[in-house]
Design a protein around this ligand. Structure first.
Ligand code: NAG
Ligand code: NAG
Length: 321
């Protein structure tokens, strides 16, 4: 299924055992004057001119209002759950919404303002939404082939879309031409562990910078939330900075509606490490768009709506009509 470009290196099991092992060894806190580097403390490390310290991430909107018509019934409405925006912000980047049903010229202009893309969770797998996601996926591959670093993080539905695109197209994968590769599996609102496949090499993957103790806990404690009907896992392209997770890294820290979402300190660290990994890739982008154009398109030109009062679904959503 992931021939050539994609390697499957991890499977998630709906198994929740708890681990008793201690989390970290405490190190004493030192005052600045007690550290070796005190004399040089006024010298801040020089910035790396090759890195982009003002990365911007495009997030593709999903059809609907995120609350099944409770907030906005307009047929052309689309939304981004604010948790994805906060996830990006928490790692030091800003967001430009890629509104799936806006004119394609506007979408391609916006893709030139961003340094990476997120495909969110949701349910739409066909029609204009799928076509737009696929055209963005092709642009992402092309930007990377042209020598830039332009990462994609595909979450839940995004994982499924990327799986379908890769399986469908000979240009992505010479062996398969069938996008019906998904099988149903009920994993709605479940906390789960992540199990690493035997001999999986996490170097260069989203898990590389997880501290060993957190990695261990990931496989024994339920630190990620699964909320989908198709049960797969985590994949990374071998040739592109494309990472897809079937679970929801953004929910641990920023969503409160699903009862099973873990909110422990370790679970929040999982959110933060995934965000750091992805935004870290985006900092390698060589894109330097005009600052004013970025400001004009940032998501801060829109306001989120509190939709969590019903006690289910998303807490806040940005709705675009
Ligand atoms: C959307 O439509 C439903 C069904 O007709 C209705 O109950 C609901 O109030 C509508 N919501 C809004 C925000 O107009
Ligand atoms: C990780 O991958 C990088 C780049 O492919 C390589 O230079 C490095 O040696 C690898 N590190 C380990 C621990 O395998």
């Amino acid at each position: 299924m992931f021939t050539n470009i994609f390697i499957l290196f991890l499977v998630a099991l709906a198994k929740g055992q708890s681990a008793a092992d201690a989390f970290s060894t405490a190190e004493p806190l030192l005052l600045p004057s007690e550290t070796d580097s005190f004399l040089g403390a006024t010298q801040c490390p020089s910035v790396n001119p090759k890195l982009n310290y003002r990365p911007v991430i495009g997030i593709l909107t999903h059809p609907g209002d995120g609350a099944s018509g409770r907030i906005q019934n307009s047929t052309d409405a689309s939304y981004i759950a604010a948790s994805y925006v906060k996830f990006v912000e928490a790692a030091g980047a800003r967001v430009i919404p890629l509104i799936y049903n806006e004119p394609s010229e506007i979408l391609s202009d916006k893709l030139n303002l961003v340094d990476g893309v997120i495909f969110t969770g949701g349910s739409a797998k066909s029609g204009l939404y799928f076509e737009v996601a696929e055209s963005i996926f092709k642009i992402i591959l092309r930007k990377n082939e042209a020598g830039d670093t332009f990462p994609l993080l595909a979450i839940c539905l995004g994982f499924e879309l990327v799986t379908m695109m890769v399986s469908e197209h000979t240009q992505f994968s010479p062996l398969q031409q069938d996008k019906d590769v998904l099988e149903k599996f009920n994993a709605r609102n479940q906390a789960s562990t992540l199990q690493f496949a035997k001999n999986s090499d996490i170097n260069g993957t989203v898990f590389q910078r997880f501290p060993p103790c957190l990695l261990k806990r990931l496989s024994t404690e339920c630190l990620v939330v699964q909320n989908h009907m198709v049960y797969v896992s985590t994949v990374q392209a071998s040739k592109y900075p494309v990472t897809a997770v079937q679970w929801h890294p953004e929910k641990n820290a920023f969503e409160w509606g699903l009862s099973m979402t873990p909110h422990s300190e370790a679970a929040i660290q999982v959110t933060q490490h995934v965000a750091n990994f992805f935004v870290g890739q985006a900092r390698k982008s060589m894109n330097r768009p005009p600052a004013q154009k970025v400001l004009e398109n940032l998501i801060y030109n829109h306001s989120p709506t509190y939709s969590g009062k019903a006690g289910r679904g998303f807490d806040e959503v940005y709705i675009f009509t």
